[in-house]
Design a protein around this ligand. Structure first.
Ligand SMILES: CC(C)(COP(=O)(O)OP(=O)(O)OC[C@H]1O[C@@H](n2cnc3c(N)ncnc32)[C@H](O)[C@@H]1OP(=O)(O)O)[C@@H](O)C(=O)NCCC(=O)NCCS
Length: 200
């Protein structure tokens, strides 16, 4: 829910932490961006590192085709392959409490669990968001369950660029760091991470 400057987005893109989905324009034979998301390093309010899944956004006309979910699966999988889970360190998502658009995607498709609410410092909140009577922008706080990585591995095993949602299916291009050369290794590693989290 926090606002990211274009500099921050550029930095995330340079680091490979910003994932975008592209579609082809048949007329101009060119590609254009239809969705994005990132996983970036953040800090718990009381101190200590955490990771944030955010910036999830899909162009209006491409919503409901599974692109948001696919971006999430790929960004989170990629994140954990590069930054294996550390004890006490969580991956969170933070959503304005009145924004119901990502609920289903976060909870059903991506394995997040709502763990409470959080009110970010006002300087990081984008202007125009609805505030409560105290002038605060309250967000629902979600936490990712590592065990979901096993389901992500199953999805990745058959993923060929085609995504599907309640409106039908389409093919999209996603820039994947880990996927090109190391698909089998990545899938195996994700299953191992899920297994380890369940084993305790
Ligand atoms: C939230 C957002 C990114 C979702 O993107 P999307 O590409 O439409 O998401 P998906 O198609 O993957 O999933 C959307 C829905 O289809 C469902 N779905 C996904 N795959 C499906 C399938 N194979 N069959 C049936 N339904 C499916 C999802 O569960 C979800 O259900 P909902 O309609 O009840 O929400 C998009 O609505 C958006 O950009 N919103 C504005 C920005 C925003 O609010 N971002 C969140 C800020 S934290």
């Amino acid at each position: 829910m926090a606002s990211r400057t274009s500099n921050e987005l550029n930095q995330l893109a340079d680091e490979g932490s910003l994932l975008v989905a592209r579609a082809n324009d048949a007329t101009t034979q060119s590609e254009y961006i239809i969705g994005m998301c990132y996983v970036m390093e953040g800090e718990e309010p009381e101190g200590g590192r955490r990771w944030e899944f955010g910036g999830v956004c899909v162009s209006d006309e491409f919503r409901g085709y599974g692109i948001g979910s696919a971006l999430g699966v790929l960004a989170i999988s990629s994140h954990y392959l590069y930054e294996p889970p550390q004890k006490g360190e969580r991956l969170i998502a933070h959503v304005h409490k009145d924004n119901s658009l990502p609920w289903h995607m976060l909870k059903v498709q991506l394995g997040f669990v709502q763990v409470g609410q959080e009110t970010p410092p006002s300087e990081v909140v984008p202007p125009g968001l609805r505030r409560n009577s105290k002038g605060e922008v309250v967000g629902d706080l979600y936490e990712f369950r590592i065990s979901t990585l096993g389901r992500f591995a199953d999805w990745l095993e058959t993923f060929d660029g085609r995504v599907e949602g309640r409106n039908g299916y389409l093919t999209t291009n996603l820039n994947l760091r880990f996927f090109q050369a190391y698909r089998a290794t990545a899938i195996q590693a994700l299953r191992q991470l899920a297994f380890s989290s369940e084993a305790g």
